[in-house]
Ligand binder design. Structure first.
Ligand code: NAD
Length: 328
């Protein structure tokens, strides 16, 4: 890996930015990072990487991005939390162009390995109606009835990876991420996910002195949340493995949204009056990661406790918000 040309697509985003940082820490010296956003909007920028602004929905841009590429990570997608994906289904589905054109360009470039970031949103809705839901196994994605829009795109793109491997010999690896969180990610603007949104709301309440918080749904919906360090470790292990089927990459520590709010309140040292918005997008009732297969194939599973990861995330968002307030 160290001398190979590695291309991180979506490198200006949350996970892509952390991945570039992690590859540099591992000693990789030839990293190309691509994003559609202007450089000043990237969460992390590394001067020693080749940073390019390209729209990867275009085949020509993908060819440029992957010229001479040996290892490719596709983390580029038009996405966000439930508030975004429930209201922008067509935009989410258009990310199919990104993965399809990247696969074509990777094949043309003779890339050795291609990583695709799929999602727990591929899982069939009827397996996620109960907040006490048993954890989702990889086989639960079929018969298919994924999250409308975003989930269908992910499931289709997973299969494109599979068929590029089977038909064209391109080695592909697919992880189904379950809610990744951590510093250097979206925390406002409408694309943020629950952990960052709750940190922001608690900090806003603290700074304004208005001790209230709005929660989407009744707060009893359950999820698991994976800290970014675990995500990076899992991606590294999967890329080094011979596992070509999609694999869950998520924490098995299930909590309700109310419990997540308890944790953030505790970190902040505050108690807030909870207002529930029952009409807001809240996603499925229950979702957790079954880690039997990742344990079997990689001998490992995510292990950072939610409380520990949320302390680091809260501290970073607090720093961003107070720095923003000070500069205003
Ligand atoms: P992110 O939004 O922070 O990063 C995605 C990046 O892709 C953004 O910087 C965006 O500008 C870029 N992008 C979008 N369209 C592009 C285009 N046409 N050309 C080039 N770049 C483009 O999201 P993230 O949380 O870092 O997610 C990375 C990947 O992991 C995505 O595929 C996402 O669907 C998947 N995923 C994330 C989570 C999570 O909880 N964060 C969960 C499941 C799956």
């Amino acid at each position: 890996m160290k001398d190979k040309l590695i291309v991180v697509c979506g490198g200006g985003g949350f996970i892509g930015g952390h991945l570039v940082a992690d590859l540099r820490r591992q000693g990789c010296t030839r990293i190309r990072s691509i994003d559609i956003k202007p450089l000043e909007e990237w969460y992390q920028v590394f001067e020693d990487a080749e940073n390019l602004r390209l729209d990867l929905r275009e085949l020509d841009s993908c060819r440029k991005a992957l010229q001479d590429a040996e290892i490719v990570y596709n983390l580029a997608a038009d996405m966000g939390g439930m508030g975004f994906i429930e209201n922008h289904k067509a935009l989410c589905m258009l990310s199919v162009l990104i993965n399809t054109h990247l696969l074509m360009a990777a094949k043309e470039a003779g890339a050795q390995r291609f990583f695709y970031a799929s999602s727990a949103c591929v899982y069939a809705a009827d397996k996620q109606t109960d907040p006490g839901v048993t954890a989702l196994k990889e086989e639960d994605a079929y018969p298919a009835m994924p999250e409308d829009g975003y989930g269908w795109e992910k499931l289709f793109s997973e299969r494109m990876c599979r068929h590029f491997q089977e038909d064209f010999g391109l080695t592909t690896r697919v992880a189904r991420f379950h809610n990744v969180y951590g510093p250097h990610g979206t925390w406002d603007g409408g694309r943020e996910k629950a952990p960052a949104a709750i940190c922001r709301k608690v900090i806003e309440a603290q700074l304004s002195g208005k001790h209230e918080i709005e929660i989407w749904g009744d707060g009893e919906q359950t999820r698991s949340f994976m800290y970014i360090d675990d995500c990076l470790e899992g991606v590294r292990r999967l890329m080094e493995s011979n596992v070509s089927d999609p694999l869950n990459l998520g924490s098995a520590e299930k909590v309700s949204i109310n419990q997540l709010v308890d944790i953030v309140e505790d970190i902040a040292g505050i108690k807030l009056e909870r207002k529930y918005d029952l009409n807001a997008p809240k996603g499925v009732n229950g979702r957790n990661s079954d880690n039997t297969l990742i344990q079997k194939y990689l001998g490992w599973e995510p292990g950072v406790h939610l409380r520990e990861g949320m302390e680091k995330t809260y501290a970073w968002i607090h720093g961003e918000m107070t720095a923003g307030a000070a500069s205003k």
